[in-house]
Design a protein around this ligand. Structure first.
Ligand SMILES: Cc1cc2nc3c(=O)[nH]c(=O)nc-3n(C[C@H](O)[C@H](O)[C@H](O)COP(=O)(O)O)c2cc1C
Length: 250
């Protein structure tokens, strides 16, 4: 095909109709017994309610993520990390979920982010080992589970939201919903109670909260992405006007 020739009408129409880049929602979760895995699925389902959304589920294991571990050579380690770092960097929004262990998020989940933040360079800079650019300005939402209603759900949500804020992310929460004194859901994220046996299964209310959170995250993610593009264009135009200077005859 001759790249220099202008597009004919049919080609122009096809280019205009091309599907827009999907809004990427990355769902990072750790689940030992399956409840959080189910919740992650519901968050994803909710995000998919927003047209043009693509979800990516990233499950963190018990062992340190192999992609983020050192290698025989710096070069080998860097190559192994690149795909995972790209996966996070390309996400427009992140949902992060894990069980509450002893009043905070399970360490496997926390460790993944600690490893990820320091892994963007194969050679660790000891004075500044974290790399916030992977996360900065991305909207993020949290979801957790615990065995009992007062087993640390809210603290775990707060700890995940604090981590996101520390990384420069923008916290997306469900907020208090009505009727205000009858709504049992947490205002800070989606939650599930697993019960003493640890496998009660999600109630319809818990599943629905998770879906609503996913939908809200994708909605806000879409606003941010569109708004950023529009604002960049506005600033570009404003800068061009300023560069031309004021013309009183215009
Ligand atoms: C090491 C450990 C610590 C836990 N600590 C708590 C706790 O402090 N409060 C609580 O309600 N449940 C606690 N649990 C129960 C977990 O929160 C529960 O198993 C989890 O939410 C289930 O999620 P999963 O099915 O995705 O693994 C703990 C479980 C483990 C294994």
């Amino acid at each position: 095909m001759d790249e220099t020739r202008p597009l004919d009408e049919t080609q122009q129409a096809a280019a205009t109709d091309r599907a827009p880049e999907p809004l990427r929602v990355l769902i990072v979760f750790y689940s030992r017994f399956g409840t959080i895995r189910e919740l992650a699925g519901q968050v994803g389902e909710g995000a998919m309610r927003v047209p043009g959304t693509a979800i990516d589920l990233l499950e963190v294991g018990d062992a340190p993520c192999p992609e983020l571990q050192g290698g025989a050579t710096d070069e080998a380690a860097r190559d192994r990390r690149t795909a995972l770092l790209d996966r996070v960097a390309r996400a427009d929004a992140l949902a992060i979920g894990g069980p509450a262990y002893f009043g905070g998020p399970a360490s496997a989940l926390k460790r993944f982010f600690e490893d990820l933040a320091v892994a963007s360079s194969a050679t660790l800079d000891r004075s500044r080992p974290w790399h916030h650019y992977l996360f900065r300005d991305k909207p993020g939402a949290a979801f957790v589970s615990s065995a009992t209603p007062h087993g640390g759900n809210e603290q775990a949500l707060h700890a995940l939201l604090t981590m996101m804020m520390h990384l420069g992310m923008l916290a997306v929460t469900p907020g208090q919903r009505g009727p205000i004194l009858e709504q049992g859901a947490a205002p800070y994220g989606a939650t599930a109670i697993t019960g003493p046996e640890g496998h009660r299964g999600l109630s319809e209310e818990e599943a629905s909260e998770a879906r609503d959170l996913g939908q809200r995250l994708a909605t806000v993610g879409g606003w941010l992405r569109a708004g950023r593009a529009q604002e960049t264009e506005r600033l570009r135009a404003a800068t061009a006007v300023r560069a031309r200077g004021f013309d009183p005859s215009a």
